[in-house]
Write a protein that binds this ligand. Sequence first.
Ligand code: SAH
Length: 248
Amino acid sequence: MRLPRLKFKFKDDDEVGGAKAGEKSGVAVLPADLAGARRAMVEEQIRRRRVTDESVLAAMAQVPRHEFVPAELRGRAYEDAPLPIGEGQTISQPYIVAAMTAALRLRGSEKVLEIGTGCGYQGAILGCLASEVYTIECRSELAADASERLAGMGYTNVHVHCGDGTLGLAELAPFDGILVAAAAPSVPGPLVEQLASGGRMIIPVGDAENQELHLIERTDRALRTTILEPCRFVPLIGAHGWKEFPLR
Ligand code: SAH
């Protein structure tokens, strides 16, 4: 089993103590044992729902999710729920991050494209498990914040781009894995074109209210689509996504 390459140990876990840190800043009370909160999240929310890839579980147990959510919501970072991250967008529920990551079956050498950087949490998880991660965010403030946050935390292999992710990144294609973290009306053609032979794409497809996770596998000659499970994401806006906000 390949363990995630996390760059350093985060101070919060056993040095400063989460509760103290929360009290000091006066914005949110964090669980005192952050590593314990993450382990409980992994066992109760993720493994119990049958995501069993040990390297994915190890990454979820190590990446400090509370560092990615707005200060006033840090105390809720390990809840079984999505949370608002500003600009009407959300950080996905931990389980869905794990399930989508596991669907890519990363082994460490892959080049991965993520669409919808948001706060950068999903990108950080991918960065632990793949060689290079390119992540595109269309909202410039979210992109700038995520880029700074990821760099500050040492995720040097996660590269944030600002732009319309439905176009992909042709200059860096092909990608071994593509993860779309926003709801698409249909699978964007450029992303299919930029998927390597043997590559896997995971994308929520549906209307504004309800979507299903589609897993698309490219073999030398064909594309195979498997529908995995229902989900609910914010909309993918762009040239090959929704043209404007669909009504929810
Ligand atoms: N993966 C993120 C959550 C994503 S929320 C995390 O871990 O926090 C979906 C994000 O997709 C939003 O930030 C939204 O701005 C972005 N988005 C929507 N359409 C997009 C597009 N065409 N290109 C890039 N980003 C897009």
